[in-house]
Design a protein around this ligand. Structure first.
Ligand code: SF4
Length: 613
């Protein structure tokens, strides 16, 4: 344990000490003699970001509900804290008991974003744990990882001991049970990995060898032993009402990204936008019942004292009983003045009525995500929104008194032309026009339209997984063009950093050879790469040069349907033939209806029964 006196000294020198002190409401405290297994839930970003992440709260409570297991939290220390820690040699420690990470049995990282990978390395380094799994010994903790980015685990293959692919609630307990047996039998590290390799959803990268062709593409991936699975099937929770859900959440002392109760209403999405990885990997759709959600909401509000509930899902409007749910929640919490927020809502008139109802007091801005500027390109990506939908929704919203609108677009989508870029401008201008078309006396507020254009990143397990990403020059040219043509005081135009998106594309579709680039970049000083002011692009370019890995091979190359993709050994239930079909339909500009309207034959119902789609 790190001594409190030593800690106090450095905490006086950092910007937000509350990030590192723990002791918040609703944490678990366990007696030393009751602890058999220590698990550190590690979030590779700062406290303020990590504490807003629902998965952390779920796993933290789930593990701590088990006898003998103590789950504690750890976050990436911000630059100022790291500096102090390195100065006086304090290793990275857990928040609950200030135990150095090296003394844990497991360190479990959640992979939410490719640009946090170097933070994982930094956290291991700060803990005096070897960066590569092959250099760890019997006394080291197991480094495990899960979360959405684990669906292509290969860029971290040299670093992570094993991955959990899919929804970890049940799997993690199976692993803990095995570990307990291991301790009793005094098994070695390797023997333990052997004992879990056949649990569904577990992937142990060191148990596989990858052979490459002369052109650098993958020839095949070979399990080193016959009993290692050649396909890793994701795990899902079949019935959400029966799945563990927390009834309390830790309440931070400082402001975090979201300070509210999070109520997960369903998992999965049936819309089938062709760029969207979440929409594919989280299939099938599984809902919680209204009764179950009400019960959970009551418990969570009581245990946290929060004043807001946020309904969480990929596409809130698709919850089958949304109106009923919202009415019941508002009714329940009317007297306590608990606010409701509904992110990820499709803004049709039904939703606007709902939002109007729940925002009677204060109107926050509205967000629309048409993603592409022209109808042709929206059909290519299967967004399922028409210009008419958007304009009508804006019209209704303005009539109801809104005046702040955000519009989200992507540039660099497959088949994009100059007309599509101009479409972004035209749409923003049409929204503006709609505001001023209202009768003068009903016009409220000062119009502000924020238009953002992010750079398209092709992701694994999407119909666009074979597409090349635009080059940096192409992205920059498009950004400049848009800046030139969007000239209106009421419209603010934002772009995203193209270099960051380029690296995202490398790691979203990288194979295990990019592990060494990560390590080099980290040694060159890369960390907090997702933070604009910390991002050191030059160090990345040096790391690619030092390792002889060409980033363009991963980001900007068109891949053929016959090529073995680095993530092909993972089975998400959605078939490759469906993804190919969808990619072909996109080229022909054909839309595929929402799976609720007609089944598009994605394959998920074959092996993953239990949801609806
Ligand atoms: S609506 Fe489209 S973008 Fe949103 S989660 Fe579903 S598939 Fe993804």
């Amino acid at each position: 344990m790190i001594e409190q006196k030593t800690l106090d000294k450095i905490l006086l020198k950092v910007e937000k000490p509350a990030r590192y002190i723990g002791n918040e409401q609703n944490i678990y405290i366990k007696k030393e003699e009751d602890i058999e297994t220590r698990f550190a839930f590690a979030f590779p970003d700062i406290y303020d970001v990590g504490m807003s992440h629902l998965g952390l709260h779920i796993l933290y409570n789930l593990l701590n509900n088990e006898k003998g297991i103590y789950c504690e939290r750890v976050f990436a220390p911000w630059i100022d804290m790291e500096e102090q820690m390195r100065k006086i040699n304090i290793p990275l420690f857990s928040l609950e008991t200030k135990t150095p990470l090296k003394d844990f049995d497991f360190i479990g990282f959640t992979l939410q974003y490719e640009m946090s990978y170097t933070n994982i390395l930094n956290m291991l380094d700060l803990s005096n744990i070897a960066l590569e799994s092959s250099n760890r010994d019997e006394k080291d903790p197991f480094i495990i990882a899960g979360g959405p980015c684990a669906y292509n685990p290969e860029p971290l293959a040299d670093i992570v001991d094993f991955f959990v692919i899919g929804e970890a609630e049940e799997t993690i307990l199976k692993i803990m049970k095995k570990y307990k047996q291991m301790k009793q039998k005094a098994m070695t590290r390797k023997e333990f990995l052997e004992s879990i390799v056949n649990i569904e959803g577990i992937y142990v990268p060191s148990f596989y060898e990858v052979k490459y062709k002369e052109d650098n593409t993958i020839e095949k991936m070979i399990p080193k032993k016959k009993n290692y699975p050649s396909k890793i099937k994701k795990v899902i929770q079949k019935n959400l009402d029966e799945t563990y859900y927390l009834d309390k959440m830790i309440v931070p002392f400082i402001e975090t990204v979201h300070d509210r109760v999070i109520l997960e209403i369903f998992r999965g999405c049936t819309r089938g936008c062709r760029f969207c990885q979440a929409g594919m990997i989280y299939r099938p759709v599984r809902e919680r019942s209204v009764e179950n959600l009400l019960e959970l909401a009551k418990k969570l509000i009581k245990s946290t004292g929060h004043e807001e509930i946020s309904l969480s899902s990929l596409s809130t409007s698709d919850y089958s009983d949304l109106e009923n749910l919202v009415i019941r929640l508002m009714d329940e919490f009317k007297e306590d003045r608990i606010g409701l927020s509904l992110p990820s809502l499709r803004l049709d008139s039904f939703s606007l009525d709902l939002i109007e109802e729940i925002q009677k007091v204060r109107k926050t801005g509205l967000t629309f995500a048409p993603e592409a500027g022209s109808q042709r390109l929206r059909d290519v990506i299967n967004k399922g929104i028409t210009e008419e939908d958007l304009i009508n929704s804006c019209k209704d919203a303005f009539k109801m008194g809104w005046s702040t609108v955000k519009l989200y677009f992507m540039i660099g989508l497959p088949t994009e032309t100059k007309e599509d870029l101009e479409g972004i401008k035209n749409l923003a201008y049409k929204v503006r026009e709609e505001f001023f078309n209202q009768p003068k006396d009903s016009m409220k507020g000062n119009l502000k339209i924020t238009t953002s254009a992010s750079c398209f990143v092709p992701k694994a397990f999407t119909p666009f997984q074979w597409h090349p990403q635009n080059s940096l020059d192409e992205f920059k040219e498009k950004q400049e063009y848009l800046k030139k043509i969007i000239k209106d005081k009421k419209i603010k135009f934002n772009t995203h950093d193209a270099e960051t998106s380029f690296l995202e594309a490398v790691f979203a579709r990288g194979d295990r050879r990019v592990s060494k680039v990560l390590i080099h970049a980290f040694k060159n000083g890369a960390k907090f790469d997702g933070w604009r002011d910390q991002f050191k692009y030059d160090e990345w370019i040096n790391a690619f040069a030092e390792t002889g890995v060409a980033p363009e091979f991963y980001a900007n190359r068109e891949r053929g349907y016959g090529e073995v993709l680095p993530w092909d050994f993972i089975d998400i239930g959605v078939t490759k033939s469906f993804l190919i079909r969808e990619n072909e339909r996109s080229k022909a500009g054909e839309i595929t209806p929402n799976c609720k309207v007609s089944c598009s034959g994605c394959g998920i119902q074959k092996d993953f029964k239990g949801g609806l789609c």
